[in-house]
Design a protein around this ligand. Sequence first.
Ligand code: FAD
Length: 480
Amino acid sequence: MFLTALKDLLGAQHVLAGSDADPYLVDWRGRYTGRALAVARPADARQVAQVVALCARHGVPIVPQGGNTGLCGGGIPDASGAALVLSLRRLDRIREIDTANDTITVEAGCVLQAVQDAARQAGRLFPLSLAAEGSCTVGGNLATNAGGTQVLRYGNTRELALGLEVVTPQGELWQGLRGLRKDNTGYCLRDLYIGSEGTLGVITAATFRLYPLPVAQSTALLALPGLDEAVQVLAHARAGFAAALTGFELMAADVLAQVSACFPEQRLPFSGAPAQSPWFALLEVSDSESQAHARDRFEAVLGGVIEAGLAADVVIAQSVEQSRALWHLRESIPLAEARTGKSIKHDVSLPASRIADFVKTTNALLQQRYPGVRNVVFGHLGDGNLHYNVARAPGQDEAALLALQPEVYRLVHDSVHAHGGSISAEHGVGQLKRDELPRYKDPVELDLMRRIKLALDPQGIMNPGKVLAPAAGRPAAVAP
Ligand code: FAD
């Protein structure tokens, strides 16, 4: 009966089952596989509201999904087969670009790259940028409060969003697409939905800030003798470039070696001793004057860094192609990791001042407990965000490593907590880190989160089991 009503609403071709549904039931990393009643593909916000209202009437759990690039299993249903996967990908219209207000209003299923392109065609910059930008959707970016490579200058998705349109768990449409920089009219519901990973409602559209396109950009790769030096270079770069510093990425040498092994055309542009450095940093400066001005500024600040003995060598890109090649090295890390086999991943943030100590202490603890495991460390150092991954020791099989995941999590996350950090910097919680939250979150904070969830979604149908464990005693979903 539920499925018949759903097909009547959307048309049978937009209600997928069997092998057509399979790609929606496994995550990008192949870690989570679920089952679902069906995959619904509504065309617009009105249809989303109708589908959600139907689910509410039948007590059917809803798992919203955008590009399915999330790294915490948030968009994958559980194994019960009771939930409906709600794919937002057909909501892919750019609704408005207002260049006088520097805003863009887009639907949730727009692929991030399409929004960047639309903004560029209007002579503006939409600065959200991450390696999954060709597949992830802005709805998923909002739901996970995605970060990426430009957070240092422009903030994460939360800072870019001005207004939202949301379907509540009861199927009402909240029209909050305001393009205002100032709006102090009560609780900020927008910020509640951002980062809620589909547990409070379905985002159907958003209004984002746009920025002027930089006149010029300059990119450099630095070879660094150690992590302490990397953090000092960050401080120099912040002081020297101020708001013009738009990227500061850190990469361990063995991580880049893995990229070159997987993609032989990609190589480090250093030779001799600097090529043997243990760490590398990728810096980007965006300039509002000219390419020559950007390069002069780069040379002045980075010259000071070399003189201070903080870097062994620096390569400054001399063309757009060279700059792209340097960024390509960084962006290929997740792909090289995926090709090399599964690892235990940690997406953590720390105060910059404690990063070097965190890495040294945690590496040593891991080697003591699991001799030979490889630390795969890279990340957005400018935001204090490290991807601190643990890969198998030579000869160790993948399953043996993955069996250690709960213990390794405990060791690494305890260390993050002890260093004043967060166990999820930008990827969210999903199902991956749900059971870790109670150990590290303030109990009052966690209780407030549970009360918000209960107030907005008393039936518990929005993405159950993600971020928060389902409330005890809640009635099971009604069989459709
Ligand atoms: P999905 O994976 O489909 O969903 C993610 C979560 O959002 C789920 O909980 C889902 O239920 C919910 N959701 C999706 N759409 C909606 C909606 N419209 N309304 C309500 N809830 C919704 N992330 C970063 O932050 N920074 C990075 O640098 C980064 N790099 C990445 C690199 C690679 C190669 C890959 C594969 C992923 C990377 N990610 C990164 C993670 C991922 O791309 C982001 O989390 C992205 O924001 C997810 O978007 P999506 O459309 O794929 O969402």
